[in-house]
Design a protein around this ligand. Structure first.
Ligand SMILES: NC(=O)c1ccc[n+]([C@@H]2O[C@H](COP(=O)([O-])OP(=O)(O)OC[C@H]3O[C@@H](n4cnc5c(N)ncnc54)[C@H](OP(=O)(O)O)[C@@H]3O)[C@@H](O)[C@H]2O)c1
Length: 253
């Protein structure tokens, strides 16, 4: 099956770590050019971009979801280097600043703590899409994947603000599909469940990961590659007419 990704210009936000890194590598393996954004991991991003072949093949671009000027600067940088973006994977995430067991009750959460989570994880992505969409429409073949979370659907204690932003991405995608898909721009939401990223391995004990896997129909948690392969498919020529969908990659959970 030809995925039709050779030479396509892909922007993966949060491409330095976890699911984003796996996605960057998966697109590069298909012959795409990848601009990967970083927030704090400048060195890792620059090294990865070099490993992938340097400025013709890969760019490392600074990007902060919570700063719309930075969002715009990142898109303009890719446009200046490569002329546009054919595929956007909106994957970056602004996590909360406290571990779940240290969260105050919902009503006591300070505004300055939750607003960046809500706004970054929603506004930051919407603004990124807005900036790339004009060029996408003109070309008439483009793809967008918005990375949500099954917490948008299922919730857990402490997920109110993050969950609200992630659920908002679905409402956004359902509307955008009507607007952009007649012009050849297919937009989908990909929702990971708990995924075995470095962060998960560091934050959660093995017993918790095993227990969570046990509650999953497939009896295993997804890997970053499971997510990356789904994203690449949805953002490829092999996806002819899937748009506006919420696709959970969580072993049936
Ligand atoms: N892993 C899971 O279990 C899981 C479950 C459900 C949904 N998800 C979703 O899947 C996506 C990827 O998650 P992940 O677990 O792979 O993440 P991760 O390993 O924690 O990596 C987060 C990425 O986001 C970037 N980032 C952090 N703060 C940022 C900011 N303010 N502005 C822009 N970028 C920022 C980081 O860049 P730097 O490294 O440069 O700081 C990094 O590339 C996210 O949208 C997340 O919500 C993940």
């Amino acid at each position: 099956m030809d995925l039709g990704l050779t030479g396509k210009r892909v922007l993966v936000t949060g491409g330095t770590r976890g699911i984003g890194r796996a996605t960057t590598l998966a697109f590069a393996a298909e012959g795409a050019r990848v601009a990967l954004t970083y927030h704090s991991s400048a060195e890792e991003a620059t090294t990865l971009a070099k490993e992938l072949g340097g400025p013709e093949r890969a760019l490392a671009v600074p990007y902060d979801l919570t700063d719309l000027a930075s969002v715009e600067a990142a898109v303009r940088t890719v446009e200046a280097e490569w002329g546009g973006v054919d595929v956007l994977v909106a994957n970056a995430v602004r996590w909360g600043t406290r571990p779940p067991d240290q969260l105050p009750p919902f009503q006591d959460m300070p505004l300055e703590e939750w607003l960046p989570v809500l706004r970054g994880n929603l506004e930051g992505h919407i603004r990124t899409v807005q900036l790339v969409l004009g060029g996408m429409r003109e070309r008439g073949w483009d793809r967008i994947a918005l990375i949500s979370s099954n917490l948008a659907r299922d919730g857990m204690p402490g997920s109110e603000f993050y969950g609200a932003a992630k659920a908002g991405l679905l409402g956004f995608a359902r509307g955008l599909a009507w607007d952009a898909s007649p012009d050849g721009v297919l937009v989908n939401v990909v929702a990971p469940g708990l995924t075995l990223t470095e962060r998960a391995w560091t934050a959660l004990p093995r017993t918790v990961l095993d227990r969570e896997a046990g509650f999953t129909p497939s009896r295993r948690l997804s890997t970053p590659d499971d997510l990356a392969h789904t994203i690449v498919f949805l953002c490829s020529a092999a996806n002819g007419n899937i748009t506006g969908e919420y696709i959970s990659v969580a072993g049936g959970r």
